[in-house]
Ligand binder design. Structure first.
Ligand SMILES: [Fe+2]
Ligand SMILES: [Fe+2]
Length: 182
């Protein structure tokens, strides 16, 4: 699957989880905790892999840097909202309004990503590159889910190898810079 279809399929899953979260919190059952955990895990690993594979490549390839930076900021907001909600002990008025905000923010982000970001990307990536990035995203996501922030170098090499060649150099360099600053 190309990167656009891969990301969109996951976005549809997030929307379903958001609907379930709203329903279960209204029903007053404890199920919301499980759903929220699942949503947080999936969204965070999706966002991290998306940044590494897709946003960073896009940022290097065209003038849409402002657009990408805006999207990075939305990822940070969503992640913070998910963590705050997860830290709550019970559902109160504050929790409900935060959840409504998360739902609104995440849906807005998805909508913008699938329109503005995808449009910008389609102008610079070939079909073959979009296909390769879809594969790189899948691998990267598995790793971020498994190891959190710690990643094995061989895996990073694997990812670099499946990225389109003109993007692999930049990817390797960013990994090296990250290691130096760690
Ligand atoms: Fe996304
Ligand atoms: Fe995103």
């Amino acid at each position: 699957m190309n990167i656009y279809d891969t990301l969109s399929a996951e976005h549809r899953q997030f929307e379903k989880l958001l609907d379930r979260l709203v329903k279960s919190s209204k029903a007053g059952t404890e199920e919301w905790k499980t759903i929220l955990d699942e949503l947080r895990r999936d969204v965070v690993s999706h966002a991290h892999a998306e940044e590494a594979v897709f946003y960073n490549s896009l940022r290097e390839e065209n003038q849409s840097a402002g657009l990408v930076v805006h999207s990075y900021a939305e990822h940070a907001t969503t992640e913070a909202e998910l963590r705050t909600l997860g830290g709550a002990k019970l559902i109160d008025a504050n929790w409900t309004s935060l959840m409504e905000k998360l739902s609104k923010d995440l849906r807005h982000h998805i909508q913008e990503e699938e329109s503005k970001i995808f449009d910008a990307a389609r102008q610079v990536f070939t079909d073959e590159e979009a296909e390769m990035m879809g594969q790189a995203f899948e691998r990267m996501k598995q790793e971020t889910m498994k190891g959190g922030d710690s990643m094995v170098s061989s895996t990073l090499d694997l990812i670099a190898n499946v990225l389109p060649p003109r993007m692999a150099g930049g990817f390797r360099k960013r990994v090296q810079d990250l290691r130096k600053s760690a």
